[in-house]
Write a protein that binds this ligand. Structure first.
Ligand code: ADP
Ligand code: AMP
Length: 215
């Protein structure tokens, strides 16, 4: 099963991608997580990407497409992509790569949520930077504030979840990424989900949609 997630920052893509990974044994390819790990390790890619990420801009397509090529070289049997593609050029490159591998996509899941909800979710998001696991101070708090329930690691707020950067990221989504909704609609693979519903409800709808797409 091969699925891409589309939707604005804060819509719940990372949360649902982790659920899909567990339930269906899919590889999780999260470009944001990979970039943050590269920044933390101060790799050449991290050094190049950091200034774009810090101000909420997109990392250039050539770097991102090369990253996805490397991820697909690992030959994941099935995957969920969270955070890629984010531009039409990235979507075209992904199509070309997958058609060369004869691995068609099964679905592109679009997460729908309104801007005020996204802003509130991002302002109250806490992450474990080592694993990418996400909590929310309002809707899904850890048992002990600032500590991951699973591994006891410290939770932090992302630098780019500050209000000014969030506004920029939402604008970048509208301008650069939203055109992908039409792109995938034309392929017949687009499935929209109401991302305002509770986490478990969203997970059930996604499982039903990809089950149908895979049948
Ligand atoms: P994205 O990966 O799309 O940026 P996340 O999965 O990190 O979004 O979710 C953003 C924030 O909203 C996190 O704090 C997460 O815990 C919370 N969240 C995710 N899904 C829901 C939901 N269905 N209802 C309420 N809060 C949610
Ligand atoms: P995310 O964790 O998906 O919110 O991504 C965090 C940041 O990483 C984004 O704001 C971008 O700067 C960068 N990024 C992640 N994925 C991509 C992508 N596919 N194209 C360009 N930039 C990306």
């Amino acid at each position: 099963m091969r699925v891409v997630f589309l939707g604005p920052p804060g819509a719940g893509k990372g949360t649902q991608a982790r659920i899909l990974r567990e339930r269906f044994g899919l590889d999780l390819i999260s470009t944001g997580d990979i970039l943050r790990a590269n920044c933390a390790e101060r790799t050449p890619l991290g050094e190049k990407a950091e200034r774009f990420m810090r101000c909420g801009e997109l990392v250039p397509d050539d770097l991102m497409i090369a990253m996805i090529e490397r991820e697909l070289e690992r030959k994941p049997a099935g995957f969920v992509m969270d955070g890629f593609p984010r531009t039409v050029a990235q979507a075209e490159a992904l199509d070309a790569l997958l058609s060369r591998l004869r691995w068609p996509l099964h679905a592109a899941i679009l997460f729908n949520a309104s801007r005020p909800v996204l802003i509130e979710r991002l302002a109250s998001r806490w992450i474990n930077p080592r694993t990418g696991r996400t909590y929310n101070a309002l809707t899904n708090p850890p048992r002990v504030a600032g500590i991951d329930d699973e591994d006891g690691g410290e939770l932090v707020q992302r630098d780019d979840d500050r209000a000014d950067t969030v506004a920029k990221r939402l604008d970048v989504y509208e301008a650069a990424t939203k055109p992908l909704v039409e792109y995938y609609r034309k392929t017949g693979k687009l499935v929209s989900v109401d991302a305002l519903a509770p986490v478990e409800t969203v997970a059930e709808r996604i499982a039903a949609a990809i089950g149908a797409a895979h049948a």
